[in-house]
Design a protein. Structure first.
Length: 353
């Protein structure tokens, strides 16, 4: 369970979002899913996929951008100027709040900004694509206790579930769009090293027909995605399988990727060490300045104390002279009361008691 939680918290959705943000890829994904899911198959007959348009992320009012993956609008197949929404939600692990997330996103995004419409919302098909390790279907769990009458009616929107493991490998290899077929293979076998090593190299002949930059990007994105699940050792073997095609298209191998990553980390560490050294030097200078200020304060205090001592000595001498003068006058028979007032002394000071 701990491993599963780690998987679900990874940024695995980035690969799905990158791949199927392209409407051509999404169209091929839905067509492949329709072969194993009768609800999607029936839905596709009612819409015109040629009009598929992605809803930009900026249209979303959902604070957490991870709550949904991709949203689209499409025209109905009759040709009427009516739009339908399609939401693709990707999960690699169990999610107990998935329907709340989808509902929130549909409410926020699937709207037509037309004041003349009676209702701003549009009918939406939400498709959950799952590629986790465990067997999981949230719709079956949700509808388990409901009578048959409510099958497909429990939610306030249309929703269906596709376990990507059910999409045949043969359909992916035969897909007219190489990126879609290869991407689905990577997603559905993300935890199966042997299957990936068996299937991914079969796309080499198709990659050879793709534009150079597209093939290079697809290989790099797929490699980086799979390292999250299978580690560096697997990708060394995968890199060997793609070495010829990768060299031809300038593909940055996973080895190069990690070397670059390591170089960047080392550069960052060097910069951090340099910054730390500068901070330490600054701290040393500040300590030196504090030490000098303390030394200066000590010298000033010493000078003040010496000055104070001199003033005290002067006062003591003046006081001593007053007493001696008063005592001399007292011996000369000057009344003591006069001496006390004149010199501001006490009787005891004059008499020496």
């Amino acid at each position: 369970m701990e491993n599963e939680n780690k998987v679900t918290k990874r940024k695995h959705d980035a690969y799905f979002r990158w791949l199927f943000a392209d409407t051509t890829h999404t169209r091929n994904l839905l067509e492949l899913a329709g072969k194993i899911n009768h609800e999607i198959d029936a839905f596709l007959t009612q819409i015109n996929l040629d009009t598929l348009m992605r809803i930009p992320d900026s249209y979303s009012e959902v604070d957490d951008t991870g709550e949904a993956d991709l949203a689209f609008r499409v025209n109905v197949s009759t040709g009427a100027p009516i739009l339908v929404g399609i939401l693709l939600e990707h999960k690699s692990g169990r999610d107990p709040v998935i329907f709340d997330q989808i509902s929130k996103y549909i409410h926020s995004v699937m709207k037509i900004q037309d004041k003349n419409r009676i209702f701003s919302g549009i009918p939406t098909m939400a498709v959950i694509f799952y590629n986790g390790r465990d067997n999981w279907n949230p719709l079956k769990i949700l509808e388990k206790s409901y009578p048959d009458y409510f099958r497909g009616k429990v939610l306030p929107f249309q929703c269906t579930f596709v376990n990507m493991a059910d999409i045949p490998d043969s359909d992916c290899l035969a897909c007219e769009n190489t990126a879609t077929g290869m991407g689905i293979i990577a997603l559905k076998h993300a935890f199966n090293k042997d299957k990936l090593l068996e299937l991914l190299p079969q796309f080499c002949k198709f990659l050879d027909k793709m534009p150079r930059n597209e093939a290079s990007c697809l290989l790099e994105k797929t490699s980086i995605y799979l390292v999250e699940y299978l580690g560096k050792d697997f990708l060394k073997e995968l890199n060997m399988a793609f070495v010829s095609i990768g060299q031809k298209y300038g593909f940055v191998s996973i080895g190069d990727y990690f070397r670059q990553q390591l170089a960047e980390e080392r550069q960052q560490m060097t910069e951090e060490r340099q910054q730390l050294a500068e901070e330490r030097l600054q701290m040393a200078e500040e300590r030196q300045q504090i030490t000098e200020e303390r030394l200066q304060m000590t010298e000033e205090r010493q000078q003040f104390e010496e000055k104070l001592a001199k003033e005290r000595d002067k006062l003591n001498k003046v006081e001593e002279e007053k007493i001696n003068t008063a005592r001399g006058l007292y011996k000369d028979k000057v009344p003591i009361e006069i001496l006390i007032k004149r010199f501001n002394l006490t009787k005891e000071q004059i008499l020496g008691k």
